[in-house]
Design a binder for this molecule. Structure first.
Ligand code: ATP
Ligand code: MG
Length: 637
């Protein structure tokens, strides 16, 4: 990993080189990968259309970089360690050699089922090693994968299959999640009633849930593997891909609206995920790295599969949930496999924190060296708990800010190399040129300023388009500010030049002329000892323009009126009277996406009283939460 930055001076030097001469900078990094043919140009771009090409003219296959090239020296190194949902079931380890063999075998299964380069394949599987195998097998033959999180409904799957016109679906009879069995195949059957494009379904055995197999359409994974075995030659040479050939489509979480089919291409994505994985986490050969995300999210694509494997790392994947059999499960896993790096989300940290320290205190976490966070701003209380209880005050925390559209980390501390401050994503990685923009389209210079976060210059991992709708891509990301990629997030740059994400721009409130970030107010409310979690939205207010509406999950035993007063005091003390919520509604749960993010747009509608236009709710974890919140809101009307 010759491109690993080792200290702050090296970071500053790399950053400067990446801005002064981006093409030379990324060209040198790309030289660390395996190419069948080298590129002609490192970068061609304009943000107007937009049209972005990295390493144009290059030929490669990402699976040769993730698998084949490690075989000679590190073939027996574990590539994937798999921890099952039920801790009493045996775990599995696939070395690089074994993983390559399985990927080639399944790539041949895909070929036997008439999948060709450029075809779209929908993967709807639980978190089992076959999910990684299926993803890489697609990449091996140049098919485009579209992974759909194994918790989504039939309607969400159908929408995604139809949008991408997938030809084949890979699923399993069922999936284990905690005490539940998800009936994946039966959900796929429901989805496919609405899908014309699907010709075949490959079904993996996992739960032995009774299912129906449709003649001519559905085949068993295991039977197909046997066919390949009897065919003799198990090898499957890697398809030669152009740098800009599409690698996959992945739909965003839908926190802000209808999910977008983000398109990532081969070479830039590979280089960027490899570079950021090695740097952000400072991975050292031999270490065990555990990312708790599902592969159905970009975090799983980039930081369970492609980033770690391209760097020859050992990537631990977990089938279950953090609270089964109890709230100590992550820490049991850390202890069992002597995990060195853990990468998780604030929503998980907060929920585990609420169970109390007894689930942590009796675990041996001494192997941990680096902690990561992703998905939303991490509030200070959660950051401190993570730091003290999990990291024992000795593990750097990488609060990685990035998006599905970005492919990999954009702004984050580099663990132990660049400085960290709780709640701050800190400094851009080399190659990333952030800027803050005002409402009039002007860049806000200097420090101690807030604005809309944009990126001025392309980085290799960025999206190229939204599937089937390039205009939507242009409109969403490149039309708000001229020649800029607009992130949709608000951001503060501190006097030291450190970046702090303050929430979605749509969520920044304007209260009596003051701009107030939702994250800031939530952070203050969450400081209250009896508060588990909170969400802030604005609503029309006759005097202030916008009023602040707080939805708060509090401990059960509280006296509501007293806690209300205490929360108001806490906010006044931490931010100022201007940020005091006008309404505090206690709730038992918040509407969250399947990736655990609060859907503020729904809360906003409830606060505004616009109940008839809640928008796309297909990616909600639990739709009944919304009904309860609407019911509770009547008190304030
Ligand atoms: P959609 O785009 O469909 O509304 P989404 O934005 O939730 O869905 P993702 O790409 O999964 O989909 O999430 C990216 C967003 O998550 C960022 O724009 C940001 O708001 C938030 N985010 C992610 N990581 C961090 C972080 N470390 N700090 C602050 N915010 C973060
Ligand atoms: Mg988004």
């Amino acid at each position: 990993m010759s491109f690993q930055i080792k200290n702050f001076e090296e970071y500053q030097d790399a950053y400067k080189r990446s801005v002064d001469n981006p093409e030379q900078f990324w060209g040198e990094i790309a030289d660390n990968f395996f190419w069948k043919r080298k590129w002609n140009n490192v970068l061609n771009w304009n943000f107007t259309e937009p049209n972005i090409k990295w390493f144009d003219g290059g030929k490669l296959n990402i699976t040769e970089n993730c698998l084949d090239r490690h075989i000679y020296k590190n073939g027996d190194t574990p590539a994937i360690i798999w921890e099952p949902n039920d801790p009493s079931e045996a775990h599995r380890i696939l070395t690089y050699k074994q993983l390559l063999a399985k990927v080639e075998q399944f790539a041949n299964v895909l070929k036997n089922n008439n999948v060709k380069k450029g075809d779209r394949v929908c993967i709807y599987l639980p978190m089992v090693p076959e999910l990684v195998i299926a993803v890489l097998a697609c990449a091996r033959i140049g098919a485009i994968h579209s992974v759909v999180f194994g918790g989504f409904s039939a309607q969400s799957i159908a929408d995604r299959i139809n949008d991408a016109e997938c030809k084949l679906v890979i699923t399993s009879d069922g999936g284990f999640r905690g005490t539940k069995v998800l009936e994946l195949k039966s959900i796929v059957d429901d989805a496919l009633m609405q899908c014309q494009s699907v010709e075949k379904v490959i079904v993996l055995t996992r739960t032995r849930t009774p299912i129906s197999m449709i003649k001519g359409r559905d085949v068993w994974w295991e039977d197909e593997i046997k066919k390949v075995e009897t065919q003799g030659n198990p090898a499957c040479p890697a398809e030669e891909m152009d740098s800009e050939d599409t690698l996959f489509i992945l739909y965003t979480s839908g926190s802000t609206g209808k999910p977008k089919g983000v398109v990532h291409t081969t070479a830039g994505y590979m280089v960027y995920t490899g570079y950021t994985f090695a740097n952000t986490f400072q991975y050292k050969p031999g270490e065990v790295y555990f990312c708790t995300a599902d592969i159905g999210w970009i975090t799983g694509h980039s930081y369970i599969v492609y980033g770690p494997l391209s760097q020859g790392a050992t990537s631990l994947m977990f089938e279950g949930i953090p609270t089964f059999p109890d709230a100590g499960r992550y820490w049991d896993i850390v202890d069992k496999y002597k995990v060195n790096i853990i990468y998780t989300a604030p929503t998980a940290i907060r929920s585990l924190m609420a169970f109390g320290d007894s689930y942590v205190d009796n675990k041996d976490l001494s192997s941990l060296r680096v902690l990561g966070s992703v998905g939303e701003p991490i509030n200070e209380e959660a950051w401190n708990w993570y730091n003290e209880k999990i990291g024992k005050g000795k593990c750097p925390i990488a609060d990685t800010w990035w998006q599905t559209e970005n492919g990999g980390h954009l702004i984050t501390p580099i663990a132990g190399v660049t400085p960290q401050v709780p709640g701050y994503a800190m400094l851009p990685l080399p190659g990333v040129q952030p800027c803050l923009m005002d409402e009039n389209g002007n860049e806000i210079e200097g420090n101690d300023v807030s604005g809309n976060l944009c990126i001025k210059f392309p980085w290799p991992g960025m999206l190229r388009t939204t599937w089937g709708d390039h205009e939507r891509c242009r409109q969403t990301y490149f039309a708000t500010y001229k020649d800029m990629y607009f992130t949709g997030d608000g951001c503060y740059r501190s006097p030291e030049g450190y970046y702090r994400i303050t929430g979605r721009v749509d969520d920044v409130l304007n209260v009596s002329g003051h701009r107030i970030g939702t994250a800031e107010v939530e952070n203050a409310i969450n400081m209250h000892a009896d508060v588990v979690e909170s969400a802030i939205v604005g609503y029309p207010h006759p005097v202030k323009g916008q009023g602040i509406y707080a939805y708060v999950i509090a401990n059960h035993h509280i006296d509501a009126e007293k806690t209300r007063q205490d929360i108001l005091q806490t906010v006044t003390r931490l931010i100022g009277a201007i940020a005091k919520p006008d309404i505090i509604q206690f709730v038992t749960d918040l509407p969250k996406t399947r990736s655990g993010k609060i859907m503020r747009r729904i809360l906003r509608k409830v606060a505004e009283g616009e109940l008839s236009s809640l928008g796309d709710t297909s990616t909600l974890q639990d739709p009944t939460v919304v009904e309860a919140i609407i019911e509770g809101s009547k008190e304030f009307k």
